[in-house]
Design a protein around this ligand. Sequence first.
Ligand code: ZN
Ligand code: ZN
Length: 330
Amino acid sequence: VLEGKPGGKCVALRADMDALPVQELNDVPYRSKNENMHACGHEAHVAALLGAVKILKEHTDEFTGSVKFIFQPGEEGPAGARYMIEEGVLQNPKVDGIFAGHTGSAKPYMTKGQIGITYGPAMAASDLLTFTVKGKGGHGANPSGAIDPIVAAAYIITALQTAVSRETSLKDPAVLTVGVIQGGTAANIIPDQVIFKATLRTLTNEMREYMRKRVGEIAKGVAQGLRVECDYVIDAGYPPVVCNDAMTDIVKGAAEKIVGAENVQVQSPPDMGGEDAAYYFAEVPGTYWNHKSQDPDMAPHHNACFDIDDSTLWSMTAVMCQTALDFLAK
Ligand SMILES: [Zn+2]
Ligand SMILES: [Zn+2]
């Protein structure tokens, strides 16, 4: 925490800092040696935020309030943001607003050095759904003596697609993908049960709740008609990342001062991937912004050849500093 002049608000700047279990293939002097690499640019976030610490430290007599610098582990996996919140990162001093930036590929229509901002939903909530369809096993030649969970599971999976295609609008979309289906051992055996797993992606808490309820109703309704039982379990992933409009306006104004209005883009459509910054935004006003640091031919995020152009990094630091100052001045 950096204290400016007494009083005022507290603004938080967040950098996630974790790496991924990927063996780096880049032939560069800073190549990772331990089979983990920063394939998402989080080390650049750390560098950019350290730069902001250094610069703002030299100007503490020019702002009122405080700046909290959050170096956060575990964004790619176990919800590091949630653990940090539970351990009090948003208290003492109490954080009034938070900004989280990400560098890398950003949107394909953006060019290197541009800043992307978002109003409203930026990234999706992800839930893992596991369905268990229970029938009664038997001989494949005598289906009337059994209750076939394979046929039932096929109907349930098909019917579930209508939750997205018939019940959501383009204004509040959802994605439901069944990526695992397991059941049976031989062609002439009707198994006792089938298990299938799906990922559910939604952009608002309202649609998330609606879809969680509807997939259960559809699955159980079809199951009842086909004489099987269908139970399902939801493993909740990250909540949706929803940006606060007033906070996005602050990044917009700050970024325009740094890179010019022509290099600030409003991003759309939202990204159906997830981000644990969602946990901060559920507690305090916040926004998520992107910093494009790649040319079109560079490797995508999470790829073993991922890299960024370091010469762009200054503007990530500069936007961090400017957003903090503009927030505190409001
Ligand atoms: Zn990542
Ligand atoms: Zn990332």
